[in-house]
Each structure stands twice: as C-alpha cells, then as structure tokens.
Design a binder for this molecule. Structure first.
Ligand SMILES: NC(=O)C1=CN([C@@H]2O[C@H](COP(=O)(O)OP(=O)(O)OC[C@H]3O[C@@H](n4cnc5c(N)ncnc54)[C@H](O)[C@@H]3O)[C@@H](O)[C@H]2O)C=CC1
Ligand SMILES: O=C(O)/C=C/C=C(\O)C(=O)O
Length: 480
C-alpha cells in the first residue's frame, strides 16, 4: 500500500488533519494506497509557500525558468515506464496508451512551454511623432490548476507548465480519483531544481481542497478542466472575487461522415475517437452522423472493428480497452445504456459489464457500446456520457447534419470526413465547436488555441493563449 503526500514548500508532507482517502485500482476494484484528504489548512500553507516563492521566481529570466521546465520534461521521459504504470494502475487505462500518449504528452507540455516563454514578445504601438505604447505582460501571481481523472498527468501538466513558464507560482490539485502520477511528479520537481514553493501540489476532494483553492483570496486565477457542472460552481464562487478563469468543460462531439470520404480511414479513426481511453476524453466523438448512401457500409465495417477491441487487464500489452475509472462512473455509463434502450435505441454492439478472470474479476470493465435509431434530441444524444458509448445516425443533407451536430449545449470539438475540400471548409465554419478536425482526430499542435464554445468552456488554452492567460497586460504610454 502506498501513501501519497502533499507537496508544499518543496517538501512532501502529510495533510494537516491526518486524514486519507482510499485509492482504488479500477482494474481490480481493490484499494492499493491512500491519498491525503486535505483541507483549507493545507491549501493555506500551500498558498503561503507560493506567495513567498513568487518574487524570486518571477524575477528570473524566462530562459532560467525554461531550463527547469525542460529538465523536468527530460526527467519525465527518463521515468516513462514508472509513470505509465502508475497512470494505468490509478486510472484503469491500457498501459500501452499511458506509455504512448499520456506520459509523452506530459513531457511535451513542459518542453513546449519551457521554450515557448522565451518567444513571448512584447507588443509596441507607435503613434507617429506623438507617443509609443508598449505592453508588458506581468505574471498574475499565485494561481490554481485543477485537473480531472481522465488524462491525469497529461492535463495536470498542460495547466502547470504555462503558468510556471511565465513566472507564476502554482498550487495544483489533481483529481482525488487519480492522484498517483501528480505525486510522482513532486519527486521529479525536486530533482529538476525548482525552488521550494514554486509548485505546490495539494491532494483532496473537490468540495474540500478544490473549493478552498477557488475561494482563497491569494489565488489570482483558476485553470480548470472537468465537468460542466463543476465549472459552473467554480465560476459562481470566482465571480465575486473577480478571479480570472479558464474552464475546459464537457463535450458531446459529432463526427460528420460524408459519402465522399476515405471510408476505411473514417472507420479506423472513428473507432479511436469513440473508444480511446474507454471513451473518457472530452474530445471523443460520441455522435456519429453518416450520409445515408454509405450508412450501412460504414455501420458494417465499424461494428466489425468494434469486435476487434480487446478488453483486458490494462497491464497486458494486447489490451485495447481497459477499465472505467470508478464504480460510480461505470454505474453512470450503464444508466445511459439503459436509457438508450428505453428510448427505443437498437443495440448494435456491447451494452454489458464485463467480468474478466483472475486479478481483474472485480474491475470496472464495460463493452464498447454502439446504438442506432435514437432521435438526435434524446438525452443519450444530448448529455455527456463520458464512456464507451456511441450512437450512429444517418443523414440526408449537409444542412441536416449541421443542424444535428450543433443541437447540443456543448461546443468542444467536431470531426468532418470528406474528400471535398470546399465542403470541409464550409462545414467547419458553421460548426459550433472550438476545435474542428478534418479527416483526422486528436491531432494536436500545442501552439494552437484549444477550448470549447457554449457550455464546453470559457477561454482558450495552448500556445500564446495559455501564456497570455497567466499574465496581466500592462500598457505603458510614453509621450514623444
Ligand atoms: N475533461 C472533461 O471534460 C471531464 C468531464 N468530466 C465529466 O464530469 C462528470 C463528473 O466527473 P467528476 O470526476 O465528478 O469531475 P469533476 O468536474 O468533479 O472533477 C474535476 C476536478 O475538479 C475538482 N472539483 C470538484 N468539485 C470542485 C469544486 N466545487 N471546486 C473546485 N474543484 C472541484 C475535482 O476534485 C477534480 O480535481 C463525468 O462523468 C464527466 O461527464 C469529468 C472529468 C473530466
Ligand atoms: O489537450 C489535449 O490534447 C486534450 C485535452 C483533453 C481534455 O481536456 C479532456 O479530455 O478533458
């Protein structure tokens, strides 16, 4: 049994009240450790440490700060296997996915922002013969980064890296459901030579630590990824305190598959966008709209490939579908499967909990599930399920596909499959989605703005957007 600790002022410390929560391995359903159940006292200690570290950290040249971030990226790469195993054990995702996606991306986040800060230049506006204005971007101060359980280290570092790069000090809270790699990161932060207090990691629940962080007067900004309801709670409590917010929330993303697409590629990639990480990525395409003339062919080929997804022990190299993150989440996803049945959906694949032999007998496994015959406005097609459940729906015209695609409260991402370049651009412009992919999915360039429209979020992360978010612009006007 491992016991995680908070990371405050450069040291691993137990929670002030001495309380812990169990850590459950989703693949087995059994506890394997404990995580601090911290409270406002721990948050307060972390904010104080960050405030004390701030003057020296922000005064360092960007190159010096960047050097530490790049060193941390190297240490993550050196510890790839250990971190990937921890991520898989904690979250239930296939080890192969953690090794090829989650942990490499965590390293890239630090490497990218470690160097990006050095390219963050100052704007100047010249009023000929009258004045010169220049804009200085000061680090905001002490900021909070709150991340979810689906891509634990990947999203934790995506927030922390730009904040540190511009000279902010951070108090970060990983999900209490998947805190293991954030804990391992604290050890690497020490090794990378970060001064004490620059990055603090406080473990605990949303209502305990998360809320205390959001409400703390020393916190100037909050970068949050998670559920839309939680985002709303955070926005409510941050508003009277005028804190800056970046909210990356839920999605109910459409895949629009036109008859002129490369069908084999559309099927292969739609399989990934449906079931990668057991469908627990906010960018997963859970509503697949297919032009009627190729609907039956797409369906046949898609269902054939669904059968090839091996459900198994996440530590097994052959596994393509691991466990869902928790029993509560499994029950939530199963309740949507039941709802789809009640609403008259035809079950084409899956729909059942899976019991594996051996050590995974009590794990939270679910078959990849496909329905058809559901109305685009039913709850299953409108609400975020965040699991391996997708619906297939035929469409007749581009206009109809767009109307259904845009019919939810969400607007995170969308994928278009077509060989017609004109149509691709035309449809992309009309989609209510912050991220649109054409003939690909989850293709990421860390320089691009990332975030959602409508109830999928507020603000954009990535590249310059993230660097700007963690800074305050100050204009200086010099009369000539
Ligand atoms: N990336 C995404 O889009 C994600 C979406 N979800 C959606 O949200 C649903 C609920 O999942 P949860 O684990 O409950 O996500 P959540 O939104 O509650 O958790 C995300 C993070 O926010 C923290 N948090 C929770 N309440 C808070 C509060 N009042 N103040 C500050 N921080 C708080 C959590 O401790 C965690 O670190 C999922 O079923 C899924 O539909 C969940 C996780 C990620
Ligand atoms: O930045 C990315 O590449 C992916 C982000 C994914 C999420 O924000 C999510 O699944 O919550």
């Amino acid at each position: 049994m491992i016991q995680l600790q908070n990371f405050i002022n450069g040291r691993l410390v137990p929670p002030a009240a001495g309380r812990y929560l169990p850590l459950i391995e989703p693949a087995t359903g059994h506890p394997f450790g404990q995580v601090p159940d911290s409270d406002a006292a721990d948050v307060n200690a972390a904010v104080q440490a960050a405030e004390a570290a701030l003057p020296a950290w922000r005064a360092l040249p960007a190159e010096e700060r960047g050097r530490r971030l790049v060193r941390l990226a190297e240490l993550i790469e050196l510890n790839l296997d250990r971190l990937a195993r921890a991520e898989s054990q904690d979250n239930g995702k296939p080890l192969s996915l953690a090794r090829t996606l989650d942990i490499p991306r965590a390293a890239s986040n630090f490497a990218f922002f470690g160097t990006a800060a050095q390219h963050f230049s100052t704007e100047a506006h010249v009023q000929e013969g009258v004045a010169i204005n220049y804009t200085v971007r000061h680090p905001l101060g002490v900021v909070a980064c709150i991340s979810p359980w689906n891509l634990p280290l990947y999203l934790f570092t995506w927030k922390i890296a730009p904040a540190l790069a511009v000279g902010c000090c951070v108090v970060a809270k990983p999900s209490e459901i998947t805190p293991y790699t954030a804990f391992l990161l604290s050890e690497l932060v020490q090794e990378a030579g970060f001064p004490a207090g620059v990055l603090n990691i406080v473990h605990g629940t949303g209502p305990g630590v998360g809320q205390a962080l959001v409400e703390h007067p020393g916190i100037r900004a909050i970068s949050f990824t998670g559920g839309t309801k939680t985002g709303e709670l955070i926005a409510r409590s941050a508003a009277p305190r005028f804190k800056k917010l970046s909210l990356e929330l839920g999605g109910k993303n459409p895949n629009l598959i036109f008859a002129d697409c490369d069908l084999a590629e559309a099927v292969r990639t739609s399989l990934r966008s449906s079931f990668a990480n057991q469908g627990q990525i906010c960018l997963c395409g859970s509503r697949i709209f297919v032009e009627r003339s190729i609907y039956e062919q797409f369906k046949t080929e898609f269902l054939a490939q669904v059968q090839t997804l091996t459900i198994g022990d996440p530590l097994d190299e052959a596994t393509r579908q691991g466990a869902l993150v928790s029993e509560a989440h499994l029950l939530k996803v199963l309740s949507y499967i039941e709802l789809a049945r009640q609403d008259g959906g035809r079950l084409l694949a899956g729909g059942q909990r899976v019991q594996l032999p051996g050590r995974c007998a009590e794990g939270y496994f679910l078959q990849p599930t496909v329905f058809e015959g559901l109305a685009p406005d039913c709850r299953v097609n409108q609400e975020e399920i965040f699991g391996p459940v997708v619906t297939l729906t035929p469409f007749d015209t581009e206009e109809e596909a767009l109307r259904w695609a845009n019919s939810t409260e969400y607007g995170l991402s969308a994928t278009i499959w077509t060989r017609n370049v004109t149509r691709a651009h035309r449809v992309a412009q009309q989609l209510h989605a912050g991220v649109v992919w054409v003939n690909t999915w989850l293709h990421r360039d860390l320089r691009t703005p990332f975030g959602g429209m409508k109830n999928s979020g507020v603000g954009r992360e990535g590249g310059l957007e993230a660097l700007r978010f963690f800074t305050e612009a100050q204009n200086v006007c010099v009369k000539l």
